[in-house]
Design a protein around this ligand. Structure first.
Ligand SMILES: C[S@@+](CC[C@H](N)C(=O)[O-])C[C@H]1O[C@@H](n2cnc3c(N)ncnc32)[C@H](O)[C@@H]1O
Length: 263
């Protein structure tokens, strides 16, 4: 049995490895190094989280009590306003003039407008919600010279209609509580279930972005999920987000990391 402890005046961390065959490195010192690092990282993470708590908003638990797939939704049910600066940063992270862009999840069309301001060569939008899809034709009239196409479908059901793209902006959300548990609660980041598909749909050198819901750094698990398919990514921070105390979203800290993942 191997034990590790780390004490702070406000908490105590303890790790017990019961099986000597577990984490059996070639030399004992290597095993020690891994175990110490694990405990040290958990200790530092707790202190970091504690320093953030005074700046958090209260929020409320997310309950998906609407028909998100087909129903008519209020703006805030689709996306709360505090995310608007993130939409701008996400569009700017991956779209450059002349790019062929795939956007998954049109929602309020806010990211779509930022994408259009960056003069893409083409802009394909996939959207499953009937009411939102029905508003597309009117929205598109704002950009008469642009090549914008809508695919009214779940992205999972229309992959055979797609080509390859320079830029992908992925911003959907779970459509049911079951999907929320599978993709948000149990997975490292909501977009994890899309990464393999994103890799297939991107041209070499193309860039993907998605809502990270990470506020100061990417977790190791999140980075490992990315490195299964990609070998490079960069991060930037959008600060001073105006998140209301009553947000129903799953971010309570007033900043978010924007990611640009390169194929
Ligand atoms: C958070 S909103 C996107 C907000 C958008 N980025 C904006 O700036 O307004 C998510 C959108 O993804 C759509 N969506 C959710 N799951 C989807 C799926 N599997 N396939 C296609 N669209 C989906 C929803 O209907 C919704 O319009």
């Amino acid at each position: 049995m191997t034990k590790r402890f780390k004490r702070h005046r406000q908490f105590e961390l303890s790790l017990t490895v019961n099986d000597d065959a577990f984490l059996r490195t070639p030399r004992d010192s290597q095993r020690s190094w891994f175990l110490n690092r694990t405990v040290k990282e958990a200790y530092e993470e707790l202190l970091e989280l504690d320093s953030i708590t005074p700046h958090m908003v209260r929020g409320s638990d997310q309950v998906i009590d609407l028909d998100r797939a087909e129903g008519s939704l209020d703006d805030a049910d689709i996306m709360e306003d505090w995310q608007i600066p993130i939409m701008k940063a996400m569009a700017e992270a991956v779209v450059s003039p002349g790019a062929e862009v795939l956007e998954i999840g049109m929602g309020r069309g806010i990211a779509s407008e930022y994408i259009q301001q960056l003069s893409p060569a083409s802009h394909t939008i996939i959207e499953c919600n009937d009411t939102i899809a029905n508003e597309f034709t009117t929205w598109k009239e704002k950009f008469p010279k642009s090549d914008i196409r809508l695919i009214h479908s779940m992205w999972q059901d229309c992959l055979d209609q797609l080509g390859t793209y320079d830029s992908i902006l992925f911003h959907t959300y779970p459509l049911s509580d079951e999907e929320f548990v599978e993709t948000v609660v149990k997975d490292v980041t909501f977009a994890a279930h899309f990464l393999a598909v994103a890799h297939k749909l991107l041209k070499p050198g193309g860039a993907l972005t998605y809502l990270t819901n990470e506020f100061d750094s990417l977790s190791r698990a999140h980075q490992r999920a990315l490195f299964e398919y990609f070998s490079e990514f960069t991060l930037s921070v959008v600060r001073d987000l105006d998140i209301p105390e009553s947000t129903r979203d799953a971010l309570w800290v007033k900043q978010m990391l924007v990611i640009r993942v390169i194929k």
